[in-house]
Write a protein that binds this ligand. Structure first.
Ligand code: FBP
Length: 325
């Protein structure tokens, strides 16, 4: 059976031919797979190698930085240095954009949350990595934040996430459907395990931090009441990637709405909301802020926040009707 298994690299090569995807984009995603193998190893042994706990600094958006946040970010920067693939990088762990290689032949811009769900690290909960890829726009030997990085999600050419859970799963799309690959640690290979993922239209689960529920907008509260009336089970893992992955596999909706403290929500548009919106839409689901389609949002800053409601189509469509009611 193993010999028939489809490796990530072989799959990317087939996609290249089938959809005329540039080889550089396939290599970029393959390189993300490589960083996921390193992170899988480091996460699984974090308590044994002193990688639990805080570094004592705060990241670009004021969150306490965990040692694994810094390790993950550094691993990604090193993995793409000198590859000629990534001209500029926007990361949750970097205050400013990092211009990696602005020589004219370097084609892509990478927006990444190196480690999602960091509050789960010390309790060995689920973690993730989220990434979005844009075709570079400036070709005059330099890069620009405005032109190359602050792009609406509709311009994305690829996106994906890695879930570090009971197994490590890499889910990605180049705009031609969504596929999942599970890491066989004995081979060190990502093998195709979820072909052409389709997000079930109905929600079996919902994920939200209900401790803020009384502060949410009335139409959000109405949706929660409806989900509870339907006995839609609540599952909130503390890791956006894990909750969105469950929604993709079993049907569900994840919500992080705005509150008086977080008028724009908590999650970051460029490297959390937009890449996941691209993936979920490709899998037949939907992704909205509280009022509009996430992918149409034009970011004004690298760490801009956005409310997020993402997942099963029937639930999001019902939410839209509640909005218009
Ligand atoms: P990080 O990327 O900094 O981990 O933040 C995102 C996140 O941890 C999501 O993964 C998760 O769903 C949410 O924030 C949890 O936030 P809260 O603790 O406020 O419910």
């Amino acid at each position: 059976m193993i010999t028939q298994a489809m490796t990530l690299d072989r799959y990317l090569w087939q996609q290249q031919k089938a959809f005329n995807i540039p080889v550089e984009l396939s290599i970029l995603i393959s390189q993300i797979g490589y960083t996921a193998k390193i992170l899988t190893r480091e996460i699984s042994r974090a308590a044994l190698v002193g990688q639990l706990g805080l570094v004592g600094d705060k990241n670009a958006t004021g969150d306490a930085q965990k040692k694994l946040d810094v390790f993950s970010n550094q691993t990604i920067i090193e993995a793409f240095s000198d590859t000629g693939l990534v001209a500029a990088l926007a990361s949750e762990e970097l205050e400013m954009a990092k211009f990696m290689d602005c020589r004219n032949h370097t084609p892509y811009v990478l927006c990444i949350d190196p480690l999602d769900g960091s509050s789960n690290i010390d309790s060995s909960g689920a973690l993730g990595t989220i990434f979005g890829v844009y075709q570079r726009k400036t070709y005059n030997g330099c890069c620009s934040v405005e032109q190359d990085i602050l792009r609406s999600g509709t311009e994305m050419v690829a996106a994906g996430y890695i879930l570090y859970g009971t197994s490590t799963v890499l889910v990605c799309t180049c705009g031609h459907g969504v596929n999942g690959f599970t890491l066989d640690t004995s081979l060190g290979e990502f093998l195709l395990s979820h072909l052409n993922l389709q997000c079930p239209s109905e929600s079996k689960y919902y994920s939200a931090n209900l401790s803020y529920a009384q502060e949410w907008q009335p139409h959000i509260q109405k949706l929660i009441v409806h989900l509870n009336q339907q006995h839609t089970s609540l599952r909130y893992s503390g890791a956006l990637v894990a909750d969105v992955h469950r929604s993709l596999i079993e049907g569900g909706v994840y919500l992080y709405p705005s509150t008086p403290d977080y008028p724009d929500g908590k999650l970051r548009l460029l490297y959390e909301c937009a890449p996941l919106a691209f993936i979920v839409e490709q899998a037949g689901g939907m992704a909205m802020t509280e009022t509009k389609r996430v992918l149409e949002l034009q970011p004004l800053s690298i760490h801009q926040r956005s409310p997020l409601i993402i997942g099963s189509k029937a639930t999001l469509t019902l939410y839209e009707q509640m909005l218009q009611a």
